[in-house]
Structure formats: structure tokens, C-alpha cells
Design a protein around this ligand. Structure first.
Ligand SMILES: C[S@@+](CC[C@H](N)C(=O)[O-])C[C@H]1O[C@@H](n2cnc3c(N)ncnc32)[C@H](O)[C@@H]1O
Length: 262
């Protein structure tokens, strides 16, 4: 498994002017990855369509080459495992020679494991992904108590603020131990410095959490500087990237890399 060093730093996520292939590829990925959730009912399908369309992080992760081919991926707080569905469709797109050349290498041959607290989400994910030959693994449970398997890439999108600061630190430490040499953590967090947007994020998060019958509403936030300091103490290099384009939220993706040999 080779980590894509181009990562987010230099990969042209935006296609050259006039090149329609990336937009078409993303339309195909979006349609195919959300279509699989139809069998779980209208809520699940509409949620998948809306989330994949409105949230810039999914396209950014795939188009930037952030997840290298052949990686073992651990998606913590995976919800209904939209990323697993997208990764499967990336493989199909690449196999049919429709992967656009301006994007990074397609994340083919990825082994996916998702961890999710809410049984209803896991049940939907299992139903949606049932026919995938790549056989994604889904674990229902609390990230604070589940052992993390060795992996190359850990994805944690909008999840850590559901637990208190001590638990966040413990989860980060265990992620560090699970990551192989040269591994990568893709961690999205809210940025309290973007005051109005941050409060909108918090309010929407709280409302959605309550509507989903979540037993543990979001509790603990820290500044971007504090996140970066905690991650650097664990040995990661950290690149913060704005990741809420087209939304009213204040999200930042922290691309956290370990040195090879670390
Ligand atoms: C805002 S959602 C994000 C879902 C997914 N990462 C995405 O971006 O589509 C946060 C998810 O984290 C899950 N979660 C919260 N606390 C958790 C915990 N202690 N262990 C595992 N999952 C948790 C929630 O149930 C929810 O599905």
C-alpha cells in the first residue's frame, strides 16, 4: 500500500477549464452510491442523496487521492457507511476506465471497516451494502470501547465532539497505535473561531442528534490550535483544510500524516 503523497497538497481537485469528465464522474458516483440505499427505505435513500450531494468532504476525499489503493480503512462513527458505498463505486468507475485523469489515483482494492454507535444506522448500512463483493465490515458499538484494528487510513468525520475531552484524547491515542507506519488520519472537526457558522453547526447537529434518538448529544469542542497541538504530540504532521464549502457550517478537515517508519 503506497500512500499518495500528492494528497491534498497538489492534486487538482478542480478540473482544467472545459474538462467535463470530473463533473460527470462525480454525478455517476453520487447516483450509484446513493441508489444502493433505496432498498433501506425513502429516509435512508434521501439522506444518502442529500448528504453526498451537499457535503463537500466525500468528493474531496476521493478526488484528491487521499485514500490510497489497497488501503485498510477504518471509518469511526460511520453512520450508514456512505463512504463504503462510494469506495465501491470508485472501484467500478476505475474498472470501466471512467476515472477522470485530473483526480488522484482511484481508491481501488480498499478494505473497509466501519464502527457506529447507533444500531439503526448499522442495520441500514448492512442492508445497503449487502451485495458488495468487497464485503465491508460493520461493527456496532462505542468507539470508546471497541479495539481498533491495524489500518492505513482512519476516517473520523464529525464524530469526536460526541465524547468528552479525555475520551477524545484516548480515541486519538488508540488511532495512532492502530495506524501503520506512514498512515493517515482524516479528521473533520468544527472550528469555533468561525463564530456564526460554528453555532449553526452546533444547532443543526444538536437538532439532528435529538431527531435520531441519540442517547449522547454532542458535548465537547476545542479550538483548531488545540486539535493540532494534540495531534502533533502524537507524532502527526497536520494540514488543516476548510471543508464546508457550499454549506453554512464551520468544518475543517485535518489531514494528519505519520512519517514512514513512525
Ligand atoms: C454527524 S454523524 C457523521 C456520520 C458520518 N461520519 C458521516 O460523515 O456521514 C456522527 C456519527 O457518529 C456516531 N457516534 C457518536 N458517538 C459515537 C461513539 N461513541 N461511538 C461510535 N459512533 C459514535 C453517531 O451515531 C453518528 O452516526
Amino acid at each position: 500500500m503506497e500512500r499518495q503523497d500528492l494528497g491534498f497538497a497538489s492534486a487538482p481537485i478542480v478540473a482544467p477549464r472545459g474538462d467535463k469528465r470530473p463533473a460527470q464522474a462525480w454525478r455517476d458516483l453520487h447516483r450509484a452510491a446513493s441508489e444502493r440505499y433505496r432498498r433501506c427505505g425513502p429516509f435512508s435513500w434521501h439522506f444518502a442523496r442529500g448528504k453526498l450531494k451537499g457535503d463537500p468532504v466525500f468528493r474531496a476525499l476521493l478526488a484528491s487521492g487521499a485514500i490510497a489503493p489497497g488501503s485498510r480503512v477504518l471509518d469511526i462513527g460511520c453512520g450508514q457507511a456512505l463512504l463504503a458505498s462510494l469506495l465501491a463505486e470508485c472501484e467500478a468507475l476505475a474498472a470501466s476506465n471512467r476515472w477522470p485523469s485530473p483526480w488522484g489515483a482511484p481508491p481501488s482494492g480498499v478494505h473497509y471497516t466501519g464502527i457506529e454507535l447507533m444500531p439503526a444506522d448499522v442495520a441500514r448500512a448492512e442492508q445497503a451494502l449487502t451485495d458488495l463483493p468487497s464485503r465491508p465490515r460493520l461493527i456496532c458499538g462505542d468507539m470508546r470501547h471497541i479495539a481498533f484494528e491495524p489500518c492505513h487510513v482512519v476516517v473520523v468525520l464529525d464524530v469526536l465532539h460526541y465524547v468528552d475531552l479525555a475520551a477524545q484524547d484516548d480515541v486519538l491515542t488508540r488511532i495512532r497505535l492502530a495506524l501503520r507506519s506512514g498512515g493517515r488520519l482524516l479528521l473533520r472537526v468544527g472550528d469555533p473561531a468561525q463564530r456564526a457558522r460554528f453555532w449553526i453547526s452546533r444547532w443543526v447537529d444538536h437538532a439532528v442528534t435529538l431527531a435520531r434518538g441519540h442517547s449522547a448529544p454532542p458535548t465537547a469542542w476545542r479550538s483548531l490550535a488545540d486539535w493540532q497541538a494534540a495531534l502533533r504530540r502524537l507524532g502527526f504532521s497536520v494540514r488543516p483544510l476548510p471543508m464546508s464549502q457550499g454549506t453554512p457550517f464551520a468544518n475543517v478537515l485535518l489531514v494528519c500524516d505519520l512519517e514512514r517508519g513512525a
